[in-house]
Structures are given as C-alpha cells and as structure tokens.
Design a protein around this ligand. Structure first.
Ligand code: SF4
Length: 210
C-alpha cells in the first residue's frame, strides 16, 4: 500500500456504494478518496476524520467547500502555515507551508461516521502517510476519532495520548497535539472558538521551532 489510495479504491464496500450513489447523483463531483494536500516535506501534519460529502468528496481537496474548512484554512493562514487566500475551491491558489492535511479515513462516510472496520481498513494509508513525511515533528489531530486513529497508526494504545483540547503527548518520536474538531457543530456552539483553535497552531509552531 502507498500513502495515497487509488481514486477507485475498492476496499470498503459500504463507502464504495456511497461513492457510487454520489457519482450517480452528482457526476461532476470528485467522488473518491480525498488525496492529502500540502507540503510533502511538512513538519506539521493535520489529521481530520473523513471527507464531508459536500466538502472534500465534492471538491477533491481536504476540508475544501465545507464549514470546517473555513476556520481551518483561515487559521492556517493566520499562523503562517498557508499562503494565498482560501476560496473554497481546489484551484483557489492556496498553498500550505510546512504543513500537510490528511484524513484518517479517505472516503466520505454516510452521516460523517465511518465504521470501526473502515477506519481499520484505511489505516495502512495513514501509516504510510506518516512514514512518508521525513521531517514530521507535530501531528495535530482534529477530534477524538482522529486522535485514536493516529495513535493506532503509530502502533500505540488510545491511552498514549488522552482526549481533550490542547492535550499533547510524545508519541513515536512526534508530538501529538489534540484539538476539538473544527466542525460547524463545535464552532457554532462555542465549544471551539477561533482563539482556541489558533492557540493549537501557535503551540505547534513553538514545538516545531524548539
Ligand atoms: S476509506 Fe480508505 S480503504 Fe476504504 S475505500 Fe476509501 S480509500 Fe479505500
């Protein structure tokens, strides 16, 4: 397995069926595994859960086109991990700097909820994604499913880095820095504020620069 699945990856029957249903309904959408986006020499990896149906599943770029992408890309621009401007399109010219974004599960799941077996089936791509970043120092995990999957990809138990916003742990030679997911649900309810999210990436910068 490589770090990036093929466009027609057949490994998860339920997600392949969902992909085909989306292809039938919206043939002009991406409708495939969302490729990782950013700098292949990045020291910072941001790991989400899975593509949103009308976000990365539609546009083909992680977090692009859905509500979570607005705060994520604005925060990356503000903290120097991106240049250009985010315009919710893969051709908006936005460039990530020393940062790469991926998802624990690469295909959009119904209801944004992958099954444990789908997380496990897609995990080798995450393992290889981590291994293919020679300068990696910090992994920002967005939400608990991402945290658990990164730990499993590193061969560690979920207890190796406890849940919670701002929790950090040394794992497999990297620093894992956990954040609440930047979903609309969390940002609209104030569970995750722009300042809280920005602090995560400022902390990532500080760790990278030590
Ligand atoms: S979720 Fe991952 S393993 Fe499953 S079909 Fe998509 S790319 Fe393949």
């Amino acid at each position: 397995m490589t770090a990036e699945p093929p466009r027609d990856c057949p490994l998860c029957p339920r997600l392949v069926a969902y992909r085909r249903e989306n292809q039938r309904q919206n043939p002009d959408w991406w409708n495939g595994p969302a490729p990782s986006f950013g700098d292949p020499q990045a020291r910072l990896l941001v790991t989400g859960l899975a593509p949103g149906r009308t976000g990365a599943n539609r546009t083909g770029r992680p977090f692009t086109g859905d509500g979570a992408g607005v705060i994520l890309y604005e925060t990356l621009l503000k903290t120097g991990f991106a240049t250009g401007a985010y315009d919710a399109r893969p051709d908006d010219g936005l460039t990530l700097v020393d940062c790469l974004i991926t998802n624990a599960v690469r295909c959009a799941p119904p209801g944004n909820k992958p099954l444990p077996v789908e997380e496990a089936t897609c995990r080798p791509f995450l393992v290889n994604r981590l291994a293919a970043l020679p300068r990696l120092k910090v992994i920002v995990t967005l939400g608990d499913v991402s945290r658990r999957n990164v730990l499993k990809a590193l061969g560690l138990p979920a207890s190796a880095a406890p849940p919670g916003h701002g929790v950090e742990a040394n794992v497999g030679g990297y620093t894992l820095l956990n954040s609440y997911h930047c979903s609309r649900l969390n940002t609209n309810t104030g569970r995750l504020t722009p300042a809280m999210f920005e602090a995560i990436f400022q902390r990532a910068r500080a760790i990278m620069d030590t």
